[in-house]
Design a protein around this ligand. Structure first.
Ligand SMILES: [Zn+2]
Length: 150
């Protein structure tokens, strides 16, 4: 298995994105700047003919600065709120589960490798009585990622 947070599965062609510099994140900003329909793709060859209005290099979403970029999609942040003198909220993605999936793919070790195995019957059975946190710990994600495909 590759080191976590170094390779991704392309949402368009299904093949491996072998390093961060080969990847791109694309999404649509509907009116009002509401981001949705996120995809991780091969830069250039899987760009869906420019049908997505927003894009950024995958590497921009990695590490602490990447976390800052992702969270800025949810909130203007405290500094901006103080400057604006109000707490007017930012329009948030309509599908928070989709956003959290993207966040974990780019920030949580072994999530990308484990997520393709979440539908395995053995995973569903083993985590049937777990809460919404436990499956996403690094220890459990690594264990899921290391399972053979059924
Ligand atoms: Zn691709």
């Amino acid at each position: 298995m590759n080191a976590p947070l170094t390779t991704w599965r392309c949402d368009v062609c299904g093949k491996l994105i072998e390093k961060p510099d080969d990847g791109y994140v694309i999404w649509i900003d509907s009116s009002g700047g509401i981001p949705h329909d996120f995809k991780i793709i091969h830069q250039g060859r899987c760009d869906l003919n420019g049908n997505y209005s927003c894009s950024s290099a995958l590497s921009d979403f990695l590490g602490a600065d990447g976390s800052a970029k992702l969270l800025a999609m949810l909130s203007y942040g405290r500094l901006h709120t103080i400057q604006a003198g109000s707490s007017a909220g930012k329009p948030t993605p309509p599908d928070l589960d989709e956003f959290v999936d993207l966040f974990r793919r780019l920030q949580t070790p072994y999530y990308e490798e484990a997520r393709v195995k979440f539908a395995l019957q053995s995973v569903l059975d083993d985590f049937a009585d777990h809460n919404e946190v436990s499956p996403y710990t690094e220890e459990h994600l690594r264990a899921i990622a290391e399972r053979p495909s059924e």
